[in-house]
Design a protein. Structure first.
Length: 153
């Protein structure tokens, strides 16, 4: 079976630069056999953030692409602040927050953009964990923010 880093290359994925911390927190933290990743926004490869509000200036597919981009941003953050993604056994928990109007109601479908990417990289068993998806206002009008917890090898 291919390693996660091999899958990233095979899929032709391009990781954006990791975002600088926007406050007083650690981008990643290892406790026992778990890697916790602070909330990440959708960073483009040029260093800009994807912004917009689902149900207003973003449709479902555009918001879902934002969630996928958060996944790429998170992988970049992990590689920069922790090391190889090959040290990850599986994703355990995802909290997905979608910048959306009160009547949007499709937040779980938006966060599928992140979850589908993790399944592509880590496989269906190890790339899918427990998950929450909620709507709210997000800082800087970013379209999606996601935090996650991974089990290490």
């Amino acid at each position: 079976m291919e390693s996660p880093s091999e899958r990233i290359k095979k899929l032709g994925l391009v990781l954006p630069p990791p975002p600088p911390p926007a406050g007083l927190y650690k981008p990643v933290l290892v406790v026992d056999n778990f890697l916790y990743v602070s909330g990440q926004g959708p960073m483009n490869t040029d260093g800009s953030l994807m912004v917009g509000r689902a149900g207003d200036d973003l449709n479902l597919e555009q918001a879902k692409l934002g969630a996928r981009q958060v996944g790429l941003t998170m992988l970049s953050t992990i590689e920069t602040h922790f090391g190889s993604v090959d040290k990850i056994k599986r994703i355990v928990k995802t909290l997905g927050m979608v910048n959306s109007t009160p009547d949007f109601g499709q937040q779980p479908l938006v966060i599928n953009g992140f979850s589908e990417l993790m399944a592509d990289i880590f496989g269906l068993d190890n790339g899918v964990g427990v998950r929450s998806a909620v709507g709210m206002m997000l800082p800087g009008n970013i379209s999606v923010e996601i935090e996650a917890m991974f089990e290490l090898r």
